[in-house]
Design a protein. Structure first.
Length: 98
């Protein structure tokens, strides 16, 4: 029964992270942290659902690996944007400047 509560908490975490992503559009770092929160909550949800159904955590392991790759790629994009633009404001990024 505790896995059921853990999965409900993970679903609420995903919804709150999506809400944070939709409301926080000023800084790129805040958007990246919201995406990482979605990934981590999905990992917790998949792990808890796998334990409830008796499956192994292999699919959750794949998700956490992809989440780590996403985080490293996001941070590298953030560093290159700060070096080229001087800040991480989303409003200063324009596709016409490329």
């Amino acid at each position: 029964m505790s896995n059921y509560y853990l999965s409900m908490i993970a679903i609420m975490g995903v919804l709150m992270a999506i809400l944070s992503l939709s409301l926080q559009f000023k800084h790129l770092l805040g958007m990246l942290l919201s995406l990482e929160a979605i990934t981590m909550n999905m990992f917790i949800f998949m792990y808890s659902m796998g334990n409830m159904n008796g499956f192994s955590g292999f699919s959750a392991l794949i998700l956490i690996t992809l989440g780590a790759c996403e985080a490293s790629l996001g941070l590298s994009v953030l560093v290159s944007m700060v070096q080229s633009h001087g800040n991480d404001y989303v409003s200063s990024f324009s596709s016409q400047k490329c």
